[in-house]
Design a protein. Structure first.
Length: 447
């Protein structure tokens, strides 16, 4: 049997070089079958003559190829086979294909978003430099053709105000459906003399409340809200939002006043929520901040007018947004307040936000009965301060614009221990305040 095997080997492989070639071919077959052929193996087997030239050796006779060795034929076929169909794609083809894929994704996203596009509002004829407010939120830019275009507005009724220094505010409303374009003509009139700016940035955004008469109080609810009576106020500005942790921290940093104690419901509240309303400040803390900012706490009358009065309709509102109880418009039913300005739909007619819910607010007033009021309350007097607006843990009916609460100017020992803080504040400033007037003159003159 051994002799037979030996004779077979001699017949098949007559020389040592033939054995080496057959062995190389056999290895190629094995690697090709497994799908793991490496570049180095491919190069070693694909260019034997090049290797021979590099070493100065003579190449073996191609007699085995001429004899039609099946192993060598498969080896040569493997050498001439392309390395993959993707390698044949030129570089510019990859660029074109990648760009097409990106375009397809963008078109898909556009289609998904445009399924509910809202409607577009166009204001025509407004003076250059006008600001457009939709639901008390500044939107839109003046285009080259003199129009102001606001896109993607939520379908339904939207309240529109166009403001421009030197012109009366143009107020209107528009009802739009998804996909519609609504056009409204501007009809504001220029006014003579100096005009107060509707919104300013004076240690935070502030809104202008025009002088005039309004109805304070409510004859249909709690005794301490009665009687409804007329009050006339001069021009003033009031903070658009409640004072935030970030604003109060700046005050503390500059005056070396200690930070407020964090509430029990969030031990990191002050430092971790810069845009949330500050809490844990007593009345004296709030008044000190207001003086530092060049402002003061609003009077109770100023707070209620900014929250409840509709100057266009000359009517009282039970809630800042109107007379229907809509909890979704206010920060209620939560275990903590949210960042300021999260519910612009709950703004008052003047654009002031977060006046129902969020945190209760200190005002500059002692808790006293209204003139002509018949309410008897042992807490009336000069020892308590008025707190307005309600807070995030109350019910919608407890955050009406006329609801009145009270608290001592300092926190009691039990409150300091429990740290159940619910009260913050906002500031106001009279329009004729000398420092404010100087600030406005510098702004309008461009200095």
């Amino acid at each position: 049997m051994e002799r037979t095997h030996t004779n077979y080997v001699k017949d098949e492989y007559e020389t040592a070089s033939g054995v080496r070639r057959a062995l190389a071919a056999s290895l190629m077959e094995t690697e090709d079958a497994r799908g793991r052929r490496t570049d180095s193996t491919f190069d070693d087997l694909a260019r034997p003559s090049e290797k021979a030239r590099a070493t100065g050796a003579t190449t073996e006779s191609p007699s085995l190829a001429a004899q039609g060795s099946p192993s060598l034929e498969r080896t040569m076929a493997a050498q001439s086979k392309p390395r993959g169909k993707w390698n044949r794609i030129p570089l510019w083809g990859w660029w074109v294909g990648g760009s097409a894929m990106i375009l397809a994704v963008c078109l898909l996203l556009f289609f998904l978003v445009s399924k509910d596009p809202g409607f577009t509002l166009i204001v025509r004829g407004a003076p250059s430099g006008s600001d457009v407010f939709v639901d008390n939120k500044s939107l839109g830019n003046m285009r080259a053709d003199g129009t102001i275009r606001v896109a993607f507005l939520e379908a339904g009724k939207r309240v529109v105000r166009v403001s421009r220094q030197g012109f009366e505010d143009f107020n209107t409303s528009v009802i739009g459906k998804d996909g519609e374009t609504k056009s409204i003509p501007y009809s504001g009139q220029a006014v003579d003399g100096p005009v107060e700016l509707t919104e300013i940035d004076y240690t935070g955004p502030m809104l202008f409340v025009k002088a005039g008469e309004f109805i304070m109080g409510d004859d249909n609810h709690e005794q301490n809200e009665k009687p409804a009576h007329k009050v006339t106020l001069p021009d003033y500005y009031i903070d658009k939002f409640e004072v935030t942790n970030a604003q109060y921290k700046r005050f503390c940093d500059e005056t070396k006043r200690p930070f407020p104690t964090n509430p029990h419901w969030d031990p990191q509240y002050f430092n971790s929520n810069p845009d949330a309303p500050v809490v844990g400040v007593n009345w004296n803390d709030a008044a000190a901040y207001a003086r530092w900012a060049g402002k003061r706490l609003p009077t109770e009358q100023e707070w209620e007018k900014a929250a409840s009065w509709g100057p266009d309709a000359q009517q009282k509102r039970q809630w800042p947004w109107g007379n229907s109880p809509e909890p979704s418009r206010s920060d209620l039913g939560s275990d903590h307040p949210n960042s300021v300005g999260q519910r612009p739909g709950g703004a008052s007619a003047y654009g002031v936000q977060d006046m129902a819910g969020s945190v209760a607010e200190w005002v500059d007033a002692s808790y006293q009965p209204y003139p002509g009021g018949q309410a008897a309350d042992a807490n009336f007097g000069t020892k308590n301060r008025v707190v307005r607006g309600g807070h995030f843990r109350l019910d919608i009916n407890d955050v009406r614009t006329t609801a009145r609460y009270y608290h001592g100017p300092e926190f009691e020992i039990a409150e300091k221990k429990l740290r159940s803080w619910l009260t913050g504040f906002r500031c106001a400033v009279s329009a004729d305040d000398p420092k404010l007037k100087e600030f406005l003159r510098a702004r309008t003159s461009g200095k």
